[in-house]
Ligand binder design. Structure first.
Ligand SMILES: [Fe+2]
Ligand SMILES: [Fe+2]
Length: 192
């Protein structure tokens, strides 16, 4: 990659892979939100919208670090395959699980070896948010499989997204500050 400060090539490549993953997750969740709304699963649509916003924040954070390392983040946005909302939720959960179990731990390990604090910060923020997304997708899947459309998945609801790190919560005033990056809670974006 041209322009990258010597010694940071692998970290920059990992950041670019994460940038592409987050950018495509944003596109996927945005399309899944439209489908969930069409299916009358308004709460699931709210969740997809909140997660989409969170992935957008991650993508922007990763891109900023690539720039600080001397490069530029670009990627291809692939066409989204929209299926049933249950299938979309499962695909979303699979993607999150891959990032939690494999992608971010590997990228973090490399950034830690290089002591690259700006990369560590952006990878950590994303990893922690993905854990919340996975938990919420899992909950939505269980409710949908259980036929509980009268639960939160059926009704539009607020989610709270940290504007700095993308941490996502379903609870109002869960904390005074973001548990991941310490951003004041009143700055959180409310996504419905
Ligand atoms: Fe996510
Ligand atoms: Fe945060």
């Amino acid at each position: 990659m041209p322009g990258i400060v010597a010694g940071n090539e692998t970290t920059a490549q990992n950041l670019l892979a994460a940038f592409a993953g987050e950018s495509n997750a944003h596109a996927r969740y945005t399309a899944f939100a439209v489908k969930a709304g069409a299916d009358g699963l308004y709460g699931a649509a709210s969740l997809f919208r909140a997660a989409a916003r969170s992935e957008q924040i991650h993508a922007a954070n990763h891109a900023r670090v690539v720039k600080q390392l001397g490069g530029e983040a670009t990627c291809t946005i692939h066409a989204v395959e929209v299926r049933t909302t249950l299938e979309n939720l499962k695909a979303a959960l699979d993607g999150e699980q891959h990032e939690i179990d494999t992608m971010y731990p590997g990228f973090l390990e490399e950034a830690e070896e290089r002591n690259n604090t700006i990369a560590i910060r952006t990878f950590t923020g994303a990893l922690e948010a993905e854990k919340a997304h996975a938990r919420l997708y899992g909950e939505a899947i269980a409710l949908l499989v259980g036929g509980q459309k009268d639960s939160w998945i059926g009704e539009a609801r607020d989610f709270y997204v940290c504007p700095v790190c993308g941490y996502t919560s379903e609870t109002e005033e869960e904390h005074e500050r973001c548990p991941v990056c310490n951003c004041p809670w009143e700055k959180f974006e409310i996504i419905r």
